[in-house]
Design a protein around this ligand. Structure first.
Ligand code: CP
Length: 311
C-alpha cells in the first residue's frame, strides 16, 4: 500500500485497518529517530502547520508541536483564549485568515463534535482532528493501540476494558474503533449513567462490576470523569465513584494475573486511579505519552502526501 486511504484524519471510524498498520510501521521508524542524539529529520521542511486549540490541552498540544518540529515543519500555534474569537469571529473566518498566511495543514482541537468534518468540507488544507468534543480523538486512539502492541506484542486477540466516563469520552470512542479494527475485544465498565445507551451496537459489551472487568481483561484503560462536560449529576459523589470504580493497588494485588494499566491523562489521582497504581510497573502511562510523538510524526508525514489532493 502506497499511502493512507484518507485526505484528513477526522476519526478512527473513517480509516482502515491498513491505514492504522501503515501509521504504526511509520511510527516505528520515527520512534528510532526520536531516540537518536539528533532527533530531527527534514521530511516536512517545506510544510507549514497551524495548531488551533479552542479547548485546553497539555499532552496533545505539546506532542503535536514537538512532532512537527522533529519533522522540520514550520509551526504556528493558535489558542482561542486571547484571540479574536472573543470578538465574535467565526471558526471559518478564523481558519481562512490563518490559511491566507500560506498554511498547508491544520491540527485542531475544538469543543464541538464534528468541527473537523465541517472544516474539511469548507477549506483546502489537510485537517487533523486533535479532539472534537465528545466525538473522537483519533491520534489518542492510535497511540493507545500502538502502546498495547509495543507492550504485549500485538493488539489482535487482546481483551481491553475501558473504565469510567464513557458517555463524555472521545478517547473511548477512538479506542473502541482502533482496537476493534486491529482485532481486540473491548468491554466498557462504569456507572450505567455514564455508559451510552446503545453501546452494544458498536460490538462492545458492558460490564458494571470493576472486579469482573479486571479479571476478564489483559489491559485496563482508566478514564477520568469529565466534570467539564457534565451539566447534571451522573453519580452521587466522586467519593462514591472512587469506591466503586477507582483502581487501587489492593484490587490489583487480589487479581490472580498481571494486567497492563493505561490512562490518556490528565489523571485525577485518588479518583479513578491511585498514585501507587499510576506510578507502578503495571502502568504504561508515560510510554503512551512518549509514543504519542512518534504516532503524530507518522500521521503528519503520511498526510503531508495528501496536501495537493485536499478539498
Ligand atoms: N490525552 C489528552 O488528550 O490530554 P490533553 O487534554 O492534555 O491533550
Amino acid at each position: 500500500m502506497s499511502g493512507l486511504s484518507v485526505k484528513h484524519l477526522l476519526g478512527i471510524k473513517y480509516i482502515t485497518k491498513e491505514d492504522i498498520e501503515l501509521i504504526f510501521q511509520t511510527a516505528d521508524t520515527f520512534k528510532q529517530v526520536i531516540n537518536r542524539p539528533i532527533k530531527k529529520v527534514p521530511s516536512l521542511r517545506d510544510i507549514t502547520i497551524a495548531n488551533l486549540f479552542f479547548e485546553d490541552s497539555t499532552r496533545t498540544k505539546l506532542s503535536f508541536e514537538l512532532a512537527e518540529k522533529r519533522l522540520s515543519a514550520d509551526v504556528i500555534n493558535f489558542s482561542s483564549s486571547g484571540s479574536s474569537v472573543k470578538k465574535g469571529e467565526t471558526l471559518l473566518d478564523t481558519v481562512n485568515n490563518i490559511l491566507a498566511m500560506k498554511v498547508d495543514m491544520i491540527v485542531m482541537r475544538h469543543p464541538l463534535p464534528g468541527a473537523g468534518q465541517y472544516l474539511s468540507k469548507n477549506i483546502d488544507a489537510v485537517i487533523v482532528n486533535a479532539g472534537d468534543g465528545t466525538h473522537e480523538h483519533p491520534t489518542q486512539g492510535l497511540l493507545d493501540s500502538y502502546s498495547i502492541r509495543e507492550k504485549l506484542g500485538e493488539v489482535s486477540g487482546k481483551k481491553v476494558v475501558i473504565v469510567g466516563d464513557i458517555l463524555h469520552s472521545r478517547v473511548a470512542l477512538s479506542n473502541i474503533f482502533s482496537l476493534q479494527k486491529l482485532g481486540a475485544e473491548v468491554k466498557v465498565c462504569g456507572p450505567a449513567t455514564l455508559i451510552p445507551k446503545h453501546i452494544e451496537t458498536l460490538g462492545v459489551k458492558y460490564e458494571p462490576n470493576l472486579i469482573k472487568a479486571l479479571e476478564w481483561c489483559d489491559v485496563a484503560n482508566m478514564l477520568r470523569i469529565q466534570m467539564e462536560r457534565q451539566d447534571v449529576k451522573y453519580f452521587p459523589s466522586l467519593r462514591e465513584y472512587s469506591q466503586q470504580y477507582g483502581l487501587t493497588k489492593s484490587i490489583l494485588d487480589r487479581l490472580n494475573k498481571e494486567i497492563t494499566i493505561m490512562h490518556p491523562g490528565p489523571i485525577n489521582r485518588g479518583v479513578e486511579i491511585t498514585s501507587d497504581v499510576a506510578d507502578s510497573d503495571h502502568s504504561i502511562i508515560l510510554e503512551q505519552v512518549e509514543n504519542g510523538v512518534a504516532i503524530r510524526m507518522a500521521t503528519l508525514y503520511l498526510l503531508a502526501g495528501k496536501i495537493d489532493q485536499a478539498s
